[in-house]
Write a protein that binds this ligand. Sequence first.
Ligand SMILES: C[C@@](CO)(OP(=O)(O)O)[C@H](O)COP(=O)(O)OP(=O)(O)OC[C@H]1O[C@@H](n2ccc(N)nc2=O)[C@H](O)[C@@H]1O
Ligand SMILES: Nc1ncnc2c1ncn2[C@@H]1O[C@H](COP(=O)(O)OP(=O)(O)O)[C@@H](O)[C@H]1O
Length: 317
Amino acid sequence: MSDAERVNGAGYVTVRVPAKVNVQLSVGGLRADGFHGLANVFLAVGLHDEVTASPADGLQLTAEGADASQVPLDESNLAARAARLLARRHGRTPGVRLHIAKDIPVAGGMAGGSADAAGALLACDTLWGTRTPREELLAMCAELGSDVPFSLVGGAALGRGRGELLTPLETGGTFHWVFAVADGGLSTPAVYRECDRLREAEGGGATVETVPEPEASEDLLAALRSGDARALAGALSNDLQAAAVSLRPSLADTLKTGEAAGALAALVSGSGPTCAFLTGDAGSARDVAAALQASGHCRTARTTTGPAPGATVVRTG
Ligand SMILES: C[C@@](CO)(OP(=O)(O)O)[C@H](O)COP(=O)(O)OP(=O)(O)OC[C@H]1O[C@@H](n2ccc(N)nc2=O)[C@H](O)[C@@H]1O
Ligand SMILES: Nc1ncnc2c1ncn2[C@@H]1O[C@H](COP(=O)(O)OP(=O)(O)O)[C@@H](O)[C@H]1O
């Protein structure tokens, strides 16, 4: 029997996966394995990719959406790597066609590739009827990338280690955000390297011997719990922001434009170059987005809310 016939009745499975913003990204020293220890507070937001898995004899990959041309469709694609990893775990061939409907900016600091990896794992597990235990799925996510476990889980969570060791966090309300999407991405490893370079240039060193172990901010966790946007605005932080701005100085103008238009706070999302603006309500978010759009300091400005649920099966047929 071919993989195409071995599908437990499902013709396709579509999984929806959210983007993230890091409301706190505290970066520790460079570890011997090339990663940095983090206190990474993730918030999932309502920009989504959808990954559809359907039976095929080999592994096929397609993508659609405004940024689809920037998505690698070779072996390096994180969704394809996820399908191969799951197939290997269950001793089967990765017979699947994966289609990515891409709405998360590519290389934008919003974990779009991680979203597709988590989406492909859940879609293939559902299509193949392999019923992988949640803990094993999370371990496979961590193998695929530091941010991938959070894409599966969604909501809000503290990521320790390199970001893969998650503790879910309570949130007391909905936060309104604007995201200024830049033209072109930034490479995550390059931004971490720039962070290390800046630390060394300041004379402090950049390794675990010299940089203190990062900790989650109690004020930030309390603001998330209470749902108080003003309190959250006062507690937002990103240790990679200076490095992202150093590599892309125009981001400073983008951040200022959103603040001047009434955002409660502005910060770079993860490794950037997407800039995130926290606002008090939906109306203020629309105003900030309009000002950003009119300024020409970004390619496009998107309004949305968080927290959003993690990877979810939304359609089967
Ligand atoms: C910066 C963050 C913040 O959430 O996200 P993005 O802004 O890229 O979305 C993450 O740490 C990105 O996580 P992810 O994109 O999954 O990274 P990985 O594939 O695991 O690692 C890619 C590379 O980034 C660097 N890296 C990543 C994670 C980490 N804790 N320390 C690191 O130094 C390493 O150079 C590593 O080789
Ligand atoms: N499914 C995917 N979607 C987007 N990028 C991917 C994917 N698979 C691999 N990549 C690679 O990962 C890099 C980082 O992309 P992405 O996850 O969108 O950004 P970030 O790490 O800034 O959140 C891209 O430049 C691309 O080469």
